[in-house]
Write a protein that binds this ligand. Sequence first.
Ligand code: AMP
Length: 269
Amino acid sequence: MIIFKSINKLKKKVNIKANVGFVPTMGSLHKGHIALIKKSKQKCNKTLVSIFVNPSQFNKSADYIKYPRNLNKDLKILKKLKVDYVLVPSIKDIYKTKEQMKIKIKNEDKILCSKFRPGHFEGVLGVISVFLKNIKAKYMFLGNKDFQQIFLIKKYLGNKFGTKIINCKTIRFKNLLAYSSRNNLLSKKNIKNGILISGIIKKFHKQISRNFSKIKEIENIKYKISGICSRVEYLEIRNKNNLKTNINKNNFKIFVAYYFGTVRLIDNF
Ligand code: AMP
């Protein structure tokens, strides 16, 4: 496993024509990340994982500061998985390149997380554009847990850099809670309530699939969830193909963002 601390060093060493699979992460690796890495290893000759807590995608600096970081543990995990390349760039390294595309999110996309975290996706698209421009990976593996993120990366970056995006399913604990680096910031009680919330939404999804008129219950469900977390930021049902509100029983997806104290969690079912 070769660890690169700068994109330039990586560019010199890695043959960009090789069949490289890229897994961008912010570290504090868990089974969700590991599933993406395993997918890449199956599909590609070489796998590159980046670990970069990208300041420009945090709309609150306190959230950036407290974001969990475990670099040594992460490197051990990656070594065990026999990952070929790891990129751990500095903030300076990413931002000095001036290669970031200044992408403005259109008003029509200011929904869900984009509505509540102004600047977040501009930050995500900016850093992903620097990575893809330089790495020219054949595939990039992303998790459906961040469903809107995949949607916007596909919409705004598309095939500009010749990298194909592979959506990977959300990995959950048996109790349905999705793996997330932010789970490290939760108390046992919060975790228990997070499990309850996942169960409520999953059940709601099942009910709607059986009887579509159940979507009317959404405000009740939101109220129920509000009672077991600090605050529900949004609970919305949207079309999984275009994230619009033209839904039917075959295309709907439930999206949620909620808080325990200052810790914000998202999921979709
Ligand atoms: P992050 O480190 O949170 O920025 O996530 C890096 C990548 O891992 C993103 O593509 C996420 O969607 C993906 N990811 C995070 N959690 C999960 C999960 N529970 N299951 C599958 N993919 C995940």
